[in-house]
Design a protein around this ligand. Structure first.
Ligand code: FE2
Length: 180
């Protein structure tokens, strides 16, 4: 399995800065989720950090499959499965807790970034859980964020509010890196 340093080196090959930040945000949520659910924090973090590693080099129906190929032998099979299953266009179905966690974290990070960007100072510190609850319900806000995916938190035994709050906390811890 990759070391954290090797994983970060791979991440740094991604050219788009916002995409790198997105991957870091998902990784932070995944690590905290793993800790909460008594799962392997390093594996969940790695799956989050590298899930979009192929994003700049493939079209959408291959997205995830190519990442899994690139990471073959570097991440455990369960993490490769989660990466493939985070894009339904691959035809790989989400089954495990980690599969659903990656999908939900991917979407939750999008909602949280969008919520921060409409705050007066565009900071995560200004986002409250009540903000997230309202933004979640407001379907015209950040339309591209799939609320159904966020609701997949129920598949790993977490309620919406608890999941959003954990995700916000996880992202706040790396607010500097995220520039938010
Ligand atoms: Fe993603």
């Amino acid at each position: 399995m990759l070391s954290e340093k090797e994983a970060e080196e791979l991440l740094n090959k991604v050219k788009n800065e916002n995409l790198r930040k997105h991957m870091m945000a998902v990784a932070a949520i995944m690590r905290k989720l793993a800790s909460q659910l008594n799962e392997d924090e390093k594996i969940w973090w790695l799956a989050g950090l590298l899930h979009d590693i192929d994003y700049e080099s493939v079209d959408m129906n291959e997205h995830g499959l190519r990442s899994a190929e690139m990471l073959e032998g570097k991440l455990p099979e369960e993490a490769l499965h989660a990466i493939k299953a985070h894009n339904e266009m691959t035809g790989v179905k989400a089954e495990s807790k980690m599969d659903f966690a990656l999908r939900a974290s991917d979407a939750a990070s999008g909602l949280i970034v969008a919520a921060a960007l409409v705050m007066p100072n565009k900071k995560l510190a200004e986002v409250k859980i009540s903000t997230l609850r309202n933004k979640f319900k407001d379907k015209s806000f950040a339309r591209r964020v799939d609320r159904n995916r966020i609701m997949e938190c129920e598949k790993f035994g977490m309620e919406l509010e608890e999941f959003l709050s954990l995700s916000l906390d996880a992202m706040r811890k790396i607010a500097d890196k995220l520039g938010l």
